[in-house]
Design a protein around this ligand. Structure first.
Ligand code: GLC
Length: 747
């Protein structure tokens, strides 16, 4: 035993090189691999969750720490904190080869400082800001002993019935790809091994967001062409951004569970894409192949998953129970085990854990990062940018739009609704609650109170609960509202109504909240409605009858301050919807980049022999890319550098945007393309570029977009990425219905 320890010590003691060359790390990995028994190798592929936090069905089966001591666990999920990770690492250091543990955590949109849910962040279209929040999350998580976050979730989702739509970047592959890369770079910072970086994880590979019926974990069935065109690009972008790991998905894809898909994991990811990092299963997904009817038992599941390229088994215990035997029976090739173990060891070396297993478990550093006020400012900025102004019409009584409110009006404002004083809900799903949340998370009530600092009297009535049929609170709400000059109603979902295993068959406001809004409107007072949710909801009556509507998602620690900044004009809302809002569930799936069809939709009123419903306008309630501002923007004509583009030429599209209102404001200038005729029918529009610009009142700015043949390409029937000659229409504007148009021919 001493010999091994000495040998390992020699092998791992080296000048403390954070970013050693990969060939150097390869040598160090091989040196450890040679020392390992089969049991120890299998141990590295076994990931357990602590019992502190359950993000899946917990299995209580004996002394987990003893397994660590025996070198039978390679990584742990849901163990956080410098002290706790240190103590578990100390146990790992008692194992024969002293191979350090990896600590993983779902740091999805912040750790100590919680940022807006990812779908809300996507509404900011501010790529740099999203990279920054991931950066801050990594700094805080790394200071708390976490080496690996299971983020970004990059699943494209076109179905808001699916609760995890809150966790991604919405419906568009281009926007989703840009955001995936930004988040990976944010989490991984200067590189794996730097003390404030964590390994990122692109999940859930693949097409998890296309679950039939929007029902979580459900079947996914689509052509490979659609998979390549719509669902894979964000994963490819994450890989090209250097993501350290992938997580496979619970769903089957065309009848093969992703966890057992060698097409996805070996052929595509590790083969075509030459991915060298770790593939971790989702929680229990290896064992769940028995439920799928794809494996006969846990041993068969272990065989299938290892052959298919799942390196680490999260929580199903298939590998720890059966992999050694499968090797002994020569059913699994040792080379596959060695490849998986090397991927894991490589990351542990890259993180510097062999040189110092405790380098991320530093309580002093944790405390130093813990209440970083700069992080709170980052959170407030991101939250403001994520807010989407859906409606802000002129109100006859005041002959101007209700928003922004004027702090000096000395008006009496009634804050009504079940979410006005919500605290923890502001953090949304996939967040962490802390003992000091009651003082640290800013509610809407607190944010408006902070903003007005007593200048205006504020009154409050809850009115009703988020769910349930109890309307006994309406009377006092009416009384409070009648006595006020203006009513702000805060309604929506609770944080746990969107998220994993939170699919909903209907998307109306839960409970009697819409009735509460009607009561408020019936008072005749001016009403502003704020809607907090993790997904698009259906609120047609409000959309038709309330003059000012603001979508506030779930905005995290600084929610109330950010909403108040927008309500009182200290920030001019700039958010744009990253996902289409349907009029009702019957329209789903509904998305902007649809195919024309042989009898294309013409207008909301003409549904004779066209693709439309007879009982509903065919357009969505709000389109992809939509969002208002307190100011207005005017778009000039599109100027192209050429109307005939050769394949090796670059296309330049210029447009002048002018702020024609009286507030400075940011506009997301969006460029959409249509390939009019092709060998595969192309969407009526596809987002190809965007730029967020800040313009002062009266200011004009010329925006130039540069595109090339790759931007005009699509996957043909042979899954080749091709740009075909022909006519293209290009549209630029402030949402996916942009009207400024130019056309060119690709030669
Ligand atoms: C969950 C989720 C996955 C998460 C994992 C660990 O079931 O599907 O996104 O990272 O388990 O919590």
């Amino acid at each position: 035993m001493i010999f091994f320890r000495l040998l390992l010590l020699v092998l791992t003691v080296s000048p403390y090189i954070i970013f050693a060359q990969s060939s150097e790390l390869d040598k160090r990995v091989d040196s450890v691999l040679r020392l390992m028994t089969l049991e120890e190798k299998v141990g590295q592929l076994h990931q357990l969750s602590s019992d502190f936090v359950a993000t899946g069905p917990i299995t209580k089966d004996g002394d987990k720490q003893d397994r660590v001591r025996q070198g039978k666990v390679g990584s742990y999920l849901n163990v956080t904190g410098a002290a706790r990770t240190r103590s578990l690492q100390e146990i790992a250091m008692q194992s024969r080869l002293r191979i350090p543990l990896l600590f993983a955590q779902d740091v999805i949109h912040g750790y100590r400082t919680i940022f807006p849910i990812p779908l809300a962040e996507a509404a900011s279209w501010d790529i740099a800001a999203m990279e920054q929040t991931a950066r801050v999350a990594a700094i805080e998580a790394a200071a708390s002993g976490i080496h690996w976050t299971f983020a970004p979730m990059v699943d494209i989702a076109r179905d808001p019935r699916w609760g995890r739509v809150m966790e991604g970047a919405g419906e568009d592959s281009y926007l989703g790809s840009r955001i995936a890369a930004a988040r990976v770079k944010g989490f991984q910072g200067k590189g794996i091994g730097s003390i404030d970086a964590v390994m990122a994880c692109a999940k859930h590979f693949a097409a998890y967001g296309a679950a039939e019926g929007g029902r979580d974990y459900n079947t996914v069935d689509m052509s490979l062409r659609k998979l390549y065109e719509v669902y894979l690009p964000p994963f490819k972008a994450a890989k090209e951004a250097g993501v350290s790991s992938f997580m496979n998905s619970f769903n089957d894809l065309n009848g093969v569970p992703a966890t057992g898909s060698s097409f996805l994991q070996r052929k595509l990811l590790k083969g075509d894409w030459t991915f060298k990092g770790i593939v971790v299963s989702d929680w229990g997904s290896i064992g769940e192949m028995v439920n799928h009817g794809y494996a006969t038992d846990l041993k068969d599941a272990a065989l299938i998953a290892m052959r298919a390229g799942s390196d680490i088994d999260m929580e199903s215990r298939a590998y720890s129970a059966h992999l050694s035997q499968l090797i002994k029976e020569k059913k699994v090739d040792t080379a596959l085990i060695n490849d998986a173990v090397k991927r894991v060891l490589y990351k542990k070396f890259e993180l510097g854990l062999f040189d110092d297993p405790y380098r991320f478990s530093d309580e002093k550093r944790e405390q130093a990062v813990w209440n970083n006020t700069t992080h709170l400012q980052v959170a407030r900025e991101m939250a403001r940018k994520s807010i989407v102004l859906l409606k802000n019409e002129v109100v006859p009584a005041v002959n101007k739009p209700l928003l922004p409110l004027n702090k000096g009006d000395n008006k009496k404002i009634a804050l009504v609704g079940p979410l006005v004083k919500a605290i923890g809900d502001n953090n949304g799903f996939w967040s962490y609650s802390w003992p000091d949340d009651s003082s640290r998370v800013v509610s809407l009530w607190q944010g408006v109170t902070n903003k007005l600092a007593g200048a205006t009297s504020l009154t409050y009535a809850k009115g009703c609960d988020i769910s349930g049929a109890d309307t006994t609170g309406f009377a006092s709400a009416r009384q409070t509202a009648t006595a006020a000059d203006l009513i702000i109603v805060s309604v929506g979902e609770s944080a746990t109504m969107s998220g994993e295993a939170k699919s909903r068959s209907q998307l109306q406001l839960p409970g009697v909240q819409e009735q509460l809004v009607k009561e408020m409107v019936a008072t005749g007072k001016p009403v502003v409605v704020l809607i907090s949710a993790g997904r698009p909801l259906v609120f047609n009556w409000i959309a038709d009858n309330v003059p000012a509507i603001v979508y506030t998602w779930w905005l995290g620690t600084q929610a109330g301050n950010a909403i108040a900044d927008v309500l009182f004009g200290d920030y001019n809302p700039s958010g744009k919807l990253p996902i289409t809002f349907p009029r009702n569930e019957g329209q789903i799936p509904i998305y902007y980049n649809y195919l024309s069809t042989g009898r294309p939709f013409k207008s909301d009123t003409d549904n004779t022999y066209v693709t439309a419903y007879t009982d509903l306008p065919n357009s969505p309630r709000y389109v992809f890319g939509y969002g208002l501002s307190y100011t207005s923007f005017q778009y000039g004509a599109v100027q192209l550098n050429t109307n005939t583009l050769s394949k090796d030429q670059k296309l330049q599209a210029k447009i002048t945007v002018t702020n024609t209102g009286k507030y400075a404001g940011e506009e997301v200038v969006q460029l959409y393309m249509q390939d009019v005729v092709a060998s595969i029918v192309r969407p009526v529009r596809e987002l190809k570029a965007f730029e967020k610009v800040l313009l002062k009142p009266g200011e004009s700015r010329e925006i130039t977009f540069t595109l090339d043949a790759r931007d005009l390409s699509f996957y043909n029937d042979n899954l080749e990425l091709v740009a075909e000659p022909g006519t293209f229409h290009l549209y630029i504007g402030g949402n996916s219905q942009a009207t400024q148009k130019a056309s060119f021919t690709l030669l």
